[in-house]
Ligand binder design. Structure first.
Ligand SMILES: Nc1ncnc2c1ncn2[C@@H]1O[C@H](COP(=O)(O)OP(=O)(O)OP(=O)(O)O)[C@@H](O)[C@H]1O
Ligand SMILES: [Mg+2]
Length: 136
């Protein structure tokens, strides 16, 4: 009886098509991520236009540490600071030791899982202008 060919442990690697027609956008993203840190880069575009691919290519080009990627999904009702919260949550499973100021107590409602290490929540201010000034 003929011997059966061995079944490979890993499936063969499939290479995607190379990046086409996005060199200007890739350059801009790479420059924005390296010009100054910390930096925030927003990639916007219609569904399937290549946003995720552009981010992947930029990060591979740079091999940077400490980059946080979060999706800004088009919810009917926007989640205030949602993408920022998602991104920060990836970075710190624990926040003690970061040397946060008393102002970080305002983050308690956004990060309930960090309540035991965040400072107490600041007293609410009635005057919106004064609240903005206190947050500066
Ligand atoms: N410039 C490009 N050259 C070659 N392939 C591309 C390019 N841009 C995107 N693609 C490919 O097209 C597909 C869709 O791209 P991608 O997932 O990046 O889109 P997206 O904008 O992030 O989509 P979504 O809105 O669903 O998040 C992927 O397979 C990706 O590799
Ligand atoms: Mg995407």
């Amino acid at each position: 009886m003929a011997e059966q060919p061995a079944i490979p442990d890993e499936p063969p690697a499939v290479l995607g098509p190379r990046l086409i027609g996005r060199s200007a956008e890739l350059d801009r993203a790479v420059r924005a991520l390296t010009a100054a840190t910390p930096a925030a880069v927003l990639i916007e575009g219609e569904a399937d236009i290549g946003k995720t691919r552009l981010i992947q290519e930029a990060l591979e080009t740079l091999a940077l540490d400490g980059v946080l990627v979060a999706g800004c999904l088009p919810f009917r009702e926007a989640l205030t600071l949602g993408p920022v919260v998602d991104a920060v949550r990836q970075a710190h499973s624990r926040v003690d030791g970061l040397g946060l100021s008393a102002l970080a107590g305002a983050l308690r409602p956004l990060f309930p899982e960090w309540a035991h290490v965040l400072p107490p929540a600041p007293e609410p201010l009635d005057d919106a202008g004064a609240a903005r000034s206190a947050a500066r």
